[in-house]
Design a binder for this molecule. Structure first.
Ligand SMILES: Nc1ncnc2c1ncn2[C@@H]1O[C@H](COP(=O)(O)OP(=O)(O)OP(=O)(O)O)[C@@H](O)[C@H]1O
Ligand SMILES: [Mg+2]
Length: 251
């Protein structure tokens, strides 16, 4: 089944065309990576999928229903996890459950379990400022996962952490995904990250954002950075990035 169907999506901001006639499908259980330079409309696309922004033209459907606002089964992880500084980690992660009206005891149990899954066991009572950047990012992921979403939309979630932490977080995300097979749409401008994670990479071109190319990453899993098969895909993507704008062919 198809999770998202995007057809002819266009989004303009005054004189900027952020997305121009973008069409793509996101399949159930797929790990889709949207790759593109700064300003190619990646965040705009993700926010439209999340129901946080409207399109100017075209259609976006989630499980065959038009996307007209945020849904509990669609979890979003932003680049900046934006945790409330006055709430403990546990109460930040549980905020969606509070909104859902889940009783406190239940909430605490689910939050504790989710924190353990993302490697933050026992951190419930700490405050965000007591965590490292990587730990805050994990808390942001836990906040999205605790509502048991069918889809995770992730916008450059590891852009602000150091390289070694980033590699660790990528590996953890892959392990988690291999267990849950949640549909993931992951935005990045990092080619290595894209091919490591993805079943499929959609490359956007900058201004206006259009689908320039698609790559199926058929490398075996589990994967690790530096795998030979992945390096071949990386070269292919870098070659596509070197093509002058306008010469991209659609696959
Ligand atoms: N709220 C807004 N008002 C005006 N212009 C906007 C707005 N949001 C995005 N844009 C413009 O739309 C284009 C795409 O922006 P978007 O944030 O989607 O790009 P991006 O691919 O996520 O870039 P980055 O990699 O830097 O995060 C840019 O030219 C940006 O200036
Ligand atoms: Mg962005």
């Amino acid at each position: 089944m198809t999770a998202f169907q995007v057809r002819g999506l266009t989004r303009r901001f005054r004189d900027t065309v952020a997305l121009d006639d973008v069409s793509l499908d996101v399949h159930d259980g797929e790990f889709l990576v949207v790759l593109g330079p700064s300003g190619s409309g990646k965040s705009t696309l993700l926010e439209i999928l999340a129901g946080l922004q409207r399109a100017d033209a075209g259609e976006v459907r989630y499980r065959d229903r038009p996307v007209d606002g945020p849904r509990p089964e669609i979890g979003v992880v932003f680049q900046d996890p934006a945790l409330y500084p006055w709430r403990t980690v546990g109460r930040n992660v549980g905020i969606g459950l509070e909104l859902d009206g889940v009783p406190a005891a239940d909430r605490r149990r689910r939050v504790a379990a989710q924190l353990a899954v993302v490697g933050l066991a026992g951190q419930d009572e700490r405050y965000p400022h007591q965590l490292s950047g990587g730990m805050r990012q994990r808390a942001g992921l836990a906040r999205a996962l605790v509502r048991d979403p069918s889809v995770l939309l992730m916008d450059e979630p590891y852009g602000a952490v150091d390289h070694i932490t980033r590699v660790r977080l990528q590996q953890d995300l892959l392990e988690l995904w291999s267990r849950r097979r949640t549909t993931v749409v992951f935005v990045t401008h990092d080619v290595g990250e894209a091919v490591l994670l993805a079943d499929r990479v959609v490359l956007l071109s900058a201004r206006p954002g259009r689908v320039a190319r698609e790559f199926s990453i058929d490398a075996p899993r589990p994967r690790a950075r530096g795998d030979k098969a992945l390096l071949a895909y990386e070269s292919e993507v870098y070659a596509a990035l070197r093509e002058p704008a306008g010469t991209h062919s659609r696959q």
